[in-house]
Design a protein around this ligand. Structure first.
Ligand SMILES: Cc1cc2nc3c(=O)[nH]c(=O)nc-3n(C[C@H](O)[C@H](O)[C@H](O)COP(=O)(O)OP(=O)(O)OC[C@H]3O[C@@H](n4cnc5c(N)ncnc54)[C@H](O)[C@@H]3O)c2cc1C
Length: 455
C-alpha cells in the first residue's frame, strides 16, 4: 500500500485525513474518481483518534430535542456495525440513577424508549434494572440513594483504525494518500496549485487539482486563515480529555454513563484489558497549541473526582492511570452560548469556486458528511452521485483490532509493509492501538530500525 507514484494533477485533493477526510476519500474512490488525500500528521492522529470511541446516537442530544441528528447517528451506528464488524461492537450501557440525579428513573425510561424508537427499533431493547440488580453487576458502585438504572445499546469502535481502513480500502492506481504532508499554500490559476510540505523530509512540492476539499475538523479556522482564504471563523473549539485506567482499578464489565454534579455525563467503558473514562468539556486556552493537544492535570482531577464519587470504595488515584489523551470537538457556531447545547450537525461551505469546506458533525456520521460534500461537488460538475456505493463493506486490511495479544517482530514487519506508518508512534498508537506497551515483544529501537530499513 505504501508504494504510490504521485500524479502532477488530480481531480480532487482532500486536505485533512481525520475520519471525515478518510470517508470522503473512500467514497470518491468508490465512484472511480482520481484524488489525493493529505494530512499534516499521521492519518487519523488528531481528533479522530481522541474520541470516546463510540458509534452512538448521542443519548444526551435527546435533551436538546436534536431528534433528527440522533436518528441519523443511530442509523449510521447500525450501518458501520455491518460494514466493519471487526472494528465495532454493540454493547449495553448502564445509567445508574440516584435520588438526586438530574435524570430521574421515569425520565430515563422515556428517554431510552425514544432512543430505541429513533433507531427504528433496530437497537437491542432498553431495560430498567432494580437497585439490587445494579449492585450485583457493579458491586463497588455507591449504593446510598441508588434508585436503579437504565440499560441501553450503543457501539464502541476502534476509532483511528476505522479511518485507516477507509484509506487502505480506497487506495488504487488513481487514489493516493500521503501522511506527514502539510498544505502550506494555495494559488488559484486555471485550477488550484497547492504547495505541500513533507514535514519528515523537509521538502516542498506542488500539485494541481480542480477541486480542493478541506476536512480539517477543529483546525478549519486556523488553517484557512493561514492560507489567506476568504473566511469567517465558524469553529467553537471545545477540548475533551480521557484517561485509560488499569483493568483492575474497577470491577466493571459493562460500559456506563455517569451523570456528573455539573450536569454533564461521562462514559466509563471497559475494553481491551483497560478502562476508558471521559470526557471533559472545556474552552481552549487562547494560546494553547491545538495540534497534538494534551490532557491537563486539572482535567485528570475532574475525571478522578467524578469516578471516585460513584466508586468510593475503589479509591482510584493517578497511579491507576495508564495513559491520557485529548482532542478538540469541531463544533460549528449555531448561536448557542452553552457548548454542550451546540448542535453536532455538520456544515458545508464554499468560500471560493471549486473549494469545499466540511466541518462539525460527529465521528459516527462521517459517511453522511462525505456523501453531502461529494453530492455538492458532483452537482457543480454535473456528475451523478450513487449513494449506495459507500454501503460497500470495508475490506479488512489491518491486524490487531480490539486485540491485546502480544506483538511480534513479524507483526511489525507486516504493518510496515501494508499500513503506511512513518514513525514508531504511528505503529504503536494507531496501527496497533496499544494502550499498554507491555503487550509489545519488540523494543522501540528495533521498531525504529525496521522502519529505517524500508526508507
Ligand atoms: C473528546 C471527544 C470525544 C468525542 N467522542 C465521540 C464519540 O464517542 N463518538 C462520535 O461520534 N464523535 C465523537 N467526537 C467527535 C469526533 O471525534 C469528531 O467529530 C471527529 O473525529 C472529527 O473528525 P475530522 O476528520 O473532522 O477532524 P480531525 O480528525 O481532527 O482531522 C482533521 C485533520 O486535518 C489535519 N490538518 C490540519 N492542518 C492541516 C494542513 N495544513 N495540511 C494537511 N492536514 C492538516 C490534521 O492533522 C487532522 O488529522 C468526540 C470528540 C472529542 C474531542
Amino acid at each position: 500500500l505504501g508504494k504510490q507514484s504521485l500524479n502532477n494533477h488530480y481531480e480532487h485533493i482532500i486536505i485533512g485525513a481525520g475520519i471525515v477526510g478518510s470517508g470522503i476519500f473512500r467514497d470518491l474512490s468508490l465512484h472511480g474518481e482520481d484524488c489525493l488525500l493529505v494530512d499534516r500528521g499521521d492519518f487519523n492522529s488528531q481528533t479522530s483518534q481522541s474520541s470516546s470511541k463510540m458509534l452512538h446516537g448521542g443519548i444526551r442530544y435527546l435533551e436538546n430535542f436534536d431528534f433528527a441528528l440522533v436518528r441519523e447517528a443511530l442509523h449510521e451506528k447500525k450501518t458501520w456495525t455491518k460494514l466493519a464488524p471487526h472494528l465495532t461492537k454493540e454493547e449495553m450501557f448502564i445509567i445508574p440513577v440516584y435520588k438526586e440525579s438530574k435524570w430521574p428513573l421515569f425520565f430515563v425510561r422515556i428517554g431510552l424508549f425514544l432512543y430505541d424508537l429513533l433507531s427504528g427499533f433496530k437497537n437491542p431493547r432498553f431495560k430498567t434494572l432494580s437497585k439490587k440488580k445494579v449492585l450485583k453487576l457493579l458491586p463497588e458502585l455507591k449504593s446510598h440513594e441508588l434508585k436503579g438504572a437504565g440499560m441501553y445499546s450503543d457501539a464502541i469502535v476502534e476509532d483511528s483504525k476505522l479511518g485507516l481502513e477507509c484509506i487502505y480500502d480506497a487506495l488504487n492506481e488513481k487514489c493516493h494518500a500521503l501522511n506527514y504532508t502539510q498544505l502550506i499554500q494555495v494559488d488559484k490559476k486555471n485550477n488550484y496549485e497547492l504547495t505541500l510540505f513533507n514535514v519528515l523530509k523537509n521538502e516542498k512540492f506542488k500539485i494541481t487539482c480542480n477541486n480542493v476539499i478541506f476536512s480539517l475538523g477543529p483546525f478549519t479556522d486556523q488553517v484557512l486563515n493561514q492560507l489567506n482564504i476568504p473566511w469567517e471563523n465558524v469553529i467553537i473549539p471545545s477540548k475533551g480529555s480521557h484517561i485509560w485506567l488499569k483493568q483492575d482499578a474497577l470491577q466493571i464489565e459493562s460500559p456506563m454513563v455517569l451523570q456528573t454534579s455539573d450536569q454533564r455525563i461521562i462514559f466509563v467503558i471497559p475494553q481491551r484489558n483497560a478502562i476508558l473514562i471521559g470526557t471533559t468539556e472545556i474552552a481552549l486556552d487562547e494560546n494553547e497549541e491545538m495540534f497534538n493537544i494534551q490532557c491537563s492535570e486539572k482535567e485528570i482531577e475532574y475525571i478522578l473526582n467524578n469516578i471516585n464519587e460513584y466508586f468510593p470504595k475503589a479509591k482510584i488515584t493517578k497511579n491507576h492511570i495508564i495513559r491520557t489523551f485529548a482532542g478538540i470537538r469541531p463544533l460549528v457556531k449555531d448561536g448557542n452560548k452553552d457548548r454542550a447545547k451546540v448542535s453536532r450537525s455538520h456544515k458545508i461551505f464554499t468560500p471560493q469556486k471549486n473549494m469545499y469546506v466540511v466541518c462539525g458533525g460527529k465521528y459516527t456520521t462521517f459517511r453522511i458528511m462525505a456523501q453531502d460534500v461529494i453530492k455538492k461537488i458532483f452537482k457543480d460538475s454535473s456528475k451523478n452521485y450513487n449513494k449506495k456505493l459507500s454501503l460497500t463493506p470495508l475490506r479488512k486490511r489491518s491486524k490487531f483490532a480490539f486485540e491485546s495479544k502480544n506483538v511480534t517482530e513479524e507483526d511489525i514487519k507486516t504493518i510496515i509493509d501494508n499500513e503506511m506508518p512513518q514513525t514508531v508512534d504511528d505503529i504503536l498508537y494507531r496501527r496497533l492501538s496499544l494502550i499498554n506497551e507491555e503487550a509489545l515483544d519488540v523494543s522501540k529501537d528495533k521498531i525504529q530500525n525496521l522502519l529505517k530499513s524500508i526508507e
